[in-house]
Write a protein that binds this ligand. Structure first.
Ligand SMILES: NC(=O)c1ccc[n+]([C@@H]2O[C@H](COP(=O)([O-])OP(=O)(O)OC[C@H]3O[C@@H](n4cnc5c(N)ncnc54)[C@H](OP(=O)(O)O)[C@@H]3O)[C@@H](O)[C@H]2O)c1
Length: 170
């Protein structure tokens, strides 16, 4: 199983502002996100991001299998067909059991840190948004780790935005 995380971040690594909003993320970046989802077909999200995404209808029409990761053993997903896992390792096992060879980790900062600390993240796909955000949710919001990365690709996809793809060195 190959897991790639996909995030739009401020230049200082925030994924939300102080009000938990992502209004600094551009339409061009949102298109990148949707294209990555279409290509991969399986989206794994922390319970908080899952609820934001499902309530906004962000996955509608994309033919994506959606999975939520939560510690709540009784959790009822927003859509009854969505998968529920209780740890990063179980999420990977569930995606593999569905026949996927790759999956996208779509957030948020807490689940991202859990995957990285567990050694289960293979790539990061980061859109660098033209914003500096003083307070908010960081890209990794969890246990201590130190991962080394290899830059695989970079390109400018709009007047003010760069996309970077990194491999996690294992
Ligand atoms: N800019 C971007 O690209 C981007 C991308 C994604 C999300 N976001 C934003 O990020 C915010 C949410 O991020 P967040 O860091 O606060 O939350 P999150 O990572 O989306 O969700 C946190 C929840 O996931 C579950 N979880 C995390 N690690 C787990 C583990 N190891 N085992 C079991 N369950 C685990 C827990 O759910 P329970 O509490 O139910 O146990 C935890 O409370 C939202 O506002 C969203 O809009 C931004």
């Amino acid at each position: 199983m190959h897991i790639t995380s996909v995030f739009a971040i401020s230049i200082n690594g925030m994924i939300t502002d102080e009000n938990d909003k992502v209004s600094f993320v551009t339409d061009a970046s949102f298109e990148n996100y949707k294209n990555a989802l279409r290509e991969t077909g399986c989206a794994i999200a922390g319970r908080k991001t899952y609820e934001v995404v499902q309530n906004a209808g962000d996955l509608e029409g994309l033919d994506v299998t959606s999975m939520v990761v939560t510690t709540d053993q009784q959790y009822q997903p927003v859509n009854t067909t969505d998968l529920v896992a209780h740890s990063p390792a179980e999420a990977v096992e569930l995606a593999a059991a569905q026949g996927f060879e790759k999956a996208l980790l779509i957030g948020g900062g807490k689940l991202h840190a859990s995957f990285m600390a567990a050694g289960l993240l293979d790539e990061l796909l980061l859109d660098i948004e033209p914003a500096a955000i003083g307070q908010g949710t960081p890209l990794f919001d969890g246990p201590a780790f130190h991962a080394e990365l290899e830059l695989l690709e970079f390109h400018k996809f709009s007047e003010n935005e760069l996309q970077l793809r990194y491999r996690v060195v294992k």
